[in-house]
Design a protein around this ligand. Structure first.
Ligand code: PXP
Length: 395
């Protein structure tokens, strides 16, 4: 294993540790040392301070320490778990603090510390001279860009759900605002797709909307729907560019969770086969769990849409990171199984960047936050702002 990650800090959940280990392995590859091995210890301020004092004679805390293998004769260093290239020891306490100050996520800060520590292992040292500091900084930048490129093999598509334009229209039962007009504005502002949910109760989107959108959408029309016979029939008639199957409950305010694919494999496989025969690729809206991803692949879906609702609703930073890591793991698993990966639900102007920075995500489906903002900024501006967040999200 190229990266051996030892997690000795309560802020790092197992799923986050796993995501970091995967990212660390990519870093080695980008640094062209894919055959090397590195041990990364995630620990607290106290232990890093002690190590700094003992091995570098510096009586102060620091964020990251690197111990190249050549230094490893000391058994105390060996007890940290030596590897071919050496060890990187990161203070998670510092990383938490630095992430807060820099207004970034702990996940991103830990990435940067891993890059910094790795370059020290490779002999770079910003403390030797201003020139070396510049060289190291530019190498950090190069690696970050490469990592970015590795992750963003293509731009993430922003698909906008215009249901809530229809919600306002239905509140008056007249013909405005029109979700069809809204869809055109979204596309003019740069959206890469339009999503509508034709619910059985027709609370917002109407059949007429879907038919007109089929004719007018120039990017991609994604019809979100429950697997009810009446709606399946409409989908087969209209032939949207894709459908996303969601669980639908009459009393819910919005979709409340992912589809339970595991418990209805037979039924879903049949629906998917019907859609595929009509040339309609199917996405399954699922929670980011291993069994649902595996079941989605088994029943023949083309896409999964990972439910980001739990991530979006997380109130504690640790829970948010845990949910983000679950999304990262599920996205990777889906990719490995040959599924294409979308994500959505509850994404807004503050929580989208982190999801857009995950590997393997092809498209984000966002509705409520954009339509809400449009009330104040206009729809075009609201779409552009979200697009800028997605385009600017690195990792
Ligand atoms: N994806 C799915 C499957 C949904 O059901 C919804 C809500 O209609 C969304 C994405 C968009 O969620 P939000 O409106 O919270 O952005």
């Amino acid at each position: 294993m190229p990266i051996s990650l030892i997690n000795d800090h309560p802020a790092i959940t197992p799923a986050l540790a796993e995501a970091l280990r995967r990212d660390g392995a990519k870093l080695l590859h980008i640094c062209r040392i894919g055959s090397g091995t590195v041990t990364v210890l995630l620990t607290d301020d106290k232990q890093v301070w002690e190590l700094n004092q003992r091995f570098r004679h510096q009586d102060k805390p620091t964020n990251v320490l690197s111990f190249p293998f050549a230094d490893g004769a000391d058994p105390a260093v060996q007890s940290l778990g030596l590897s071919e290239l050496g060890d990187i020891v990161i203070s998670v306490d510092r990383a938490v603090e630095e992430a807060r100050t820099a207004d970034t996520t702990l996940y991103r800060r830990l990435h940067w510390l891993m890059i910094h520590g790795l370059l020290h292992l490779l002999g770079y040292d910003h403390q030797r001279s201003p020139k070396e500091a510049r060289v190291m900084e530019s190498e950090e930048e190069r690696i970050q860009q490469s990592l970015l490129h590795a992750r963003r093999f293509k731009m993430i598509n922003l698909a906008i759900n215009v249901d809530h334009v229809a919600t306002i229209r239905q509140a008056r039962g007249i013909n405005e605002p029109d979700p069809v007009t809204a869809a055109a504005i979204c596309e003019l502002a740069g959206a890469g797709g339009i999503v509508v949910h034709l619910r059985e109760d027709r609370r917002h989107i109407q059949d007429r909307d879907v038919r007109l959108l089929r004719e007018t959408v120039k990017t991609k029309l994604n019809l979100e729907m429950g697997a009810a016979p009446e709606i399946i029939k409409i989908a087969l008639e209209i032939v949207p560019d894709m459908v996303t199957l969601v669980p639908e409950k009459r009393k819910e305010l919005t979709t409340e969770g992912g589809l339970n694919v595991v418990s209805q494999k037979k039924k879903l496989a049949k629906t998917i086969a019907r859609m595929e025969r009509a040339g309609i690729p199917v996405s399954l809206f699922i929670d980011p769990t291993a069994d649902q991803v595996a079941a989605a692949a088994e029943v023949g879906a083309t896409f999964v849409e990972l439910h980001t609702g739990t991530y979006a609703e997380a109130r504690q930073e640790s829970q948010r990171l845990e949910e983000l890591a679950l999304l990262a793991t599920a996205a990777e698993q889906a990719d490995q199984l040959g599924l294409r990966v979308n994500a959505g639900h509850g994404l807004n102007y503050t929580n989208t960047a982190a999801v857009a920075g995950l590997d393997f995500i092809e498209e984000l489906s966002i509705g409520h936050a954009i339509i809400s903002r449009a009330v104040f900024t206009g729809l075009e501006e609201a779409v552009r702002e979200m697009q800028a967040i997605i385009d600017g999200a690195s990792w």
